[in-house]
Ligand binder design. Structure first.
Ligand code: ADP
Ligand code: MG
Ligand code: MG
Length: 890
């Protein structure tokens, strides 16, 4: 039997590497053991490994005898280290029970503190601490937490009872409650438990302990946890660990405190301690938003112009010790740490450390500065960044000079700006967002039940809670702007209205948030383009130095091309020419071409399109100035261009002289049962060669005109879509070569160009060796290759794909992240066979997957020459390509 219960702290042996392995003991457990091992003050405890959770859930909720024995032995370790016994009425050991998965996961069970208290031990605690008020306060907290998270009793009932108790006494704050007030409240709480739970509050400490352990394990399968896992691609079979740890008390009066701190500012990345604390408080008081937490450092307090003393001023000794710990932990983990601590009668205790969540902007600044400080090297810095998070930096921010109608100001909890309609609950926010509305979630405070609404929202506003509140932490992690603790916000949920500052608003009204300033504004505020220099530029330079693959873009308008070049694109990987046909000014000529009775009719219509198409390519080539441009000839089935509206038919009748009925019949003739597999791609080029002739001519004429004008010569790479056989490509390549020769002869100018194909049918992948004899390049069209390999139509997949992902049939949506096991095999095989036939075959990918980091890692492994992504994904692809190269060369 391998060990699954690991003691830590209190002189435990920390030499087993499994105890510091997050996969074995979860993140919290691993870091508690690590901190104890390097000599930091950690209350003694033990961790039950994640595999016990997996086993418990598989066994239908049973604990093994071995686990029971190991837990009681580990409890003995805590008892010896602390010198108190669990359940001892005279001098009881109290513990916390905490969940802790491999990665930090909102949605898991909330921590239960003060476990081990009952009607007898509370008296012992009062006697040994000499503080009855503290003992009864701890007991009432315990009952509420345990009843809420383990027994499922609504915590609102307890909060109500507390409010009533305070009102009866005429008290304003919890701190005014005396021992006997808390004791009376404990009776109320116990009555609530009996009424709601149908049984008395469990008095037996061992029953309390196992109940809490069971609740932690069960929470792994809660809806909240499942939603979070799905949004974050966390496997369902990891399980969670349980941490049981001796209590230390931040609620033992004015020399005690509890707090949350970051070693650097998680919003800006600045190297400055950052955090919040509360005197005489316990556990989640700091993040719960019930009391307003205070500043950690004097500098932060002064900057905010706040009154109550900072920890640096009020508890200088404990603060100095904390600052020493910050330094030590950063050097140990070589990363910014997010730390939870408690001061019990002047003594500092550490309860958690982890790599702190940060905004994308902060992540870049920290990476650059830590490399500068010599804390990490470039490679570590690059590998640590989340490519997808860069997206936050590429979008517009609020124009600093635009007028702002500021309604109120709260805490700048997560930077960025967002405008949208006010939504007052998560479900409504999600429903409106699903209809394409921009929404802002406005809540008194958020909880893990709101995750889906926060995800759907552009920004989050809360009336309560500090910089480390649930809303703030989750918003920063998601990259959503957030203003928390905005005191001017009052919500009337029943009426679906709210007041922000002096303004009366209703759900659906538009507001704007400035998460960096904490401002809430009426209406929509003008935005400006992002800043791509500075830390962003430095990191991109590093990425470019470390990557092997080139990064191109999928773009078909000069504006997109320009943006992609700003983002660092090194060419076009996919220019879809059909988008040019949809242009309002041209669609009529396109329709005339499609509906023509014969070749002559088609040629007449195509002649009208030629100059337009030539101008398109010239504009694109100009922007791309000498870079390679892959242009895909017409791909979609023709009927996509056909009119459907009555007015369009009438207009077309005018233009062509045909009657409306005739046009309708022609349109019907073009109907296909399954257009995705119908008359499209190279099949159009084979049957209507004049279409591809016109497009090839437009490309070559545009290139020659540019060279004539003295501009950099483009490198057109002409791409034939939907090829299944070598013959298709041979025919169309000959056609393109013929047109090229014609244009070159007419213009007296020559352009270098190559012809290649998209690999998007399984047959093309299998026959890649033969096809490569005709192709100078392959571009993997993984959108269609996924559709044709899986037999799944992307447009019809919505009905089952979500369920497939939920149930783990697909690990991820195969249209978002390449199905490496299946479709990936075809890519790999085609690359091999293609290169065997033609050593200098250029290989790239142009499906959506070209902007997905996991798929990019696969492209590196297969040895593709480049990936191509939509403009906003280009920086993501540059970083992901560098990470892929770095991991591959390890
Ligand atoms: P979360 O994962 O939500 O942060 P934790 O398990 O870290 O939950 O617990 C939340 C808070 O509870 C901690 O930050 C700490 O303040 C308090 N806490 C947990 N265990 C103890 C303990 N043994 N003694 C004192 N406070 C504790
Ligand atoms: Mg929690
Ligand atoms: Mg914690």
């Amino acid at each position: 039997m391998t060990q699954t219960v690991f003691p830590f702290g209190g002189g435990a042996d920390h030499s087993d590497p499994r105890q510091k392995d997050k996969a074995v003991v979860g993140g919290k457990g691993a870091n508690l053991a690590e901190m104890a091992a390097i000599g930091l003050p950690v209350p003694p405890g033990f961790t039950i490994a994640t595999e016990e959770c997996v086993r418990y859930l598989a066994d239908g909720g049973d604990f093994s005898a071995a686990l029971r024995d190991a837990v009681s032995a580990a409890l003995g370790h805590i008892e010896r280290a602390v010198g108190k016994r669990f359940g001892d009425a005279a001098d009881p050991l109290l513990v916390s029970v905490r969940s802790g998965a491999r990665v930090s996961m909102p949605g898991m069970m909330d921590t239960v503190l003060n476990l081990g208290l009952n009607d007898a031990t509370v008296l012992g605690l009062a006697a040994t601490s000499g503080d009855a008020r503290f003992a009864w306060d701890s007991y009432r907290r315990f009952i509420q937490m345990y009843a809420d998270v383990v027994l499922g009793v609504d915590h609102g009932l307890f909060e109500e009872a507390l409010e009533i108790a305070k009102e009866d006494k005429g008290f304003y704050a919890d701190t005014e409650m005396e021992a006997e007030d808390w004791q009376a409240l404990v009776d109320d709480y116990k009555a609530i438990v009996v009424a709601e739970h149908g049984a008395p509050f469990p008095q037996e400490p061992n029953e309390q302990l196992w109940g809490a352990i069971r609740a932690v394990f069960d929470s792994w399968d809660s809806d909240r946890a499942r939603v979070y896992r799905r949004l974050n691609d966390i496997p369902g079979d990891w399980g969670t660990a349980v941490n049981v740890q001796a209590m230390v008390f931040g609620n033992m009066g004015d020399t005690s405190a509890t707090g949350v701190a970051f070693t650097r500012d998680p919003s800006t990345g600045e190297r400055a301690f950052y955090g919040e604390w509360l005197v005489n408080a316990q556990g989640e008081d700091v993040v719960a938003g019930i009391r307003t937490p205070q500043y950690l450092t004097r500098a932060a307090r002064e900057a905010a112009g706040a009154k109550p003393a900072s920890m640096e001023e009020a508890m200088p000794a404990a603060y100095a010790e904390l600052a020493r710990v910050f330094d030590l932990l950063e050097r140990h983990y070589r990363d910014m740490q997010d730390i939870e601590f408690t001061v019990e009668r002047g003594a500092l205790w550490l309860l958690q450390t982890r790599s702190g969540k940060r905004t994308a902007k902060a992540a870049l600044r920290m990476a650059v500065e830590m490399v500068g400080e010599g804390l990490i090297d470039e490679r570590t810095a690059l590998l640590r960044l989340d490519p997808m998070a860069l997206d936050q930096l590429l979008h517009p921010t609020l124009d600093p000079v635009a007028p702002r109608d500021v309604l109120t100001t709260g805490l700048p909890a997560s930077p960025g700006a967002a405008s949208g309609r006010i939504m007052l609950d998560a479900d409504t926010a999600e429903a409106w967002a699903a209809r394409g509305e921009k929404v802002i979630l406005v809540r008194v405070e958020t909880s893990p039940e709101d995750i889906h609404g926060m995800h759907a929202a552009r920004g989050i506003l809360t009336a309560r809670g500090g910089m480390t509140s649930h809303a703030a932490v989750v918003a920063r992690g998601m990259g959503r702007p957030c203003v928390s603790g905005a005191q001017g916000v009052t919500i009337d949920l029943a009426a679906r209205t709210l007041r922000i500052g002096g303004a009366a608003l209703a759900e659906g009204d538009v507001i704007t948030l400035d998460g960096a300033k904490g401002q809430v504004m009426a209406g929509e505020v003008r935005t400006i383009e992002p800043e791509l220099a500075g830390d962003f530029g430095t990191v991109m330079e590093w990425a470019d130095r470390h990557r092997r693959m080139r990064v191109r873009t999928n773009a078909e308008t000069p504006a997109d091309c320009r943006m992609a070049r700003q983002f660092g694109a090194e060419g076009i990987g996919l220019c879809r020419t059909e988008h040019m046909f949809f242009d309002a000014a041209r669609i009529s000529a396109v329709r005339q071409m499609i509906l023509a009775e014969d070749e002559a009719g088609r040629r007449a219509a195509l002649a009208k399109l030629l100059p337009e198409q030539r101008a398109d390519f010239r504009a694109i080539f100009e922007v791309m100035a000498g870079l390679p441009c892959t242009i895909r000839l017409l791909d979609p089935p023709l009927h996509e261009f056909l009119p459907t509206a009555e007015a369009d038919f009438a207009e077309l009748a005018d233009a062509t002289g045909y009657g409306i009925e005739h046009l309708r019949r022609r349109a019907q003739e073009l109907h296909e049962f399954n257009p995705m597999l119908g008359h499209r791609g190279c099949r159009l080029g084979i049957t209507y060669p004049e279409i591809y002739e016109m497009q090839a001519r437009a490309i070559f004429e545009a290139a020659c005109a540019l060279i004539g004008a003295g501009a950099a010569a483009p490198v057109p790479e002409i791409m034939i879509p939907l090829v299944a056989t070598r013959q298709e490509l041979a025919i169309l390549r000959a056609l393109i070569d013929r047109v090229a020769a014609e244009v070159f002869a007419e213009s007296g100018c020559e352009v270098e160009y190559i012809v290649g194909t998209m690999i998007e049918l399984p047959r093309a992948a299998l026959m890649a060796g033969e096809i490569a004899e005709e192709a100078r390049f392959f571009s993997f069209g993984t959108n269609d290759l996924t559709q044709t390999t899986l037999g799944v139509s992307r447009d019809d997949a919505a009905r089952f794909l979500g369920i497939y992902v939920d149930r783990g049939i697909f690990a991820r949506d195969p249209f978002v992240s390449l199905d490496i096991d299946g479709v990936g095999q075809l890519v790999e095989l085609a690359a091999e066979r293609g290169r065997a036939a033609r050593a200098d075959l250029k290989l790239g990918i142009c499906g959506e997957h070209g902007g997905d980091p996991a798929s990019i890692a696969f492209c590196e492994a297969v040895g593709l020459d480049y990936v191509s992504a939509s403009p906003y994904r280009v920086p993501i692809a540059r970083l992901a390509a560098a990470q892929a190269a770095l991991s591959a060369s390890r």
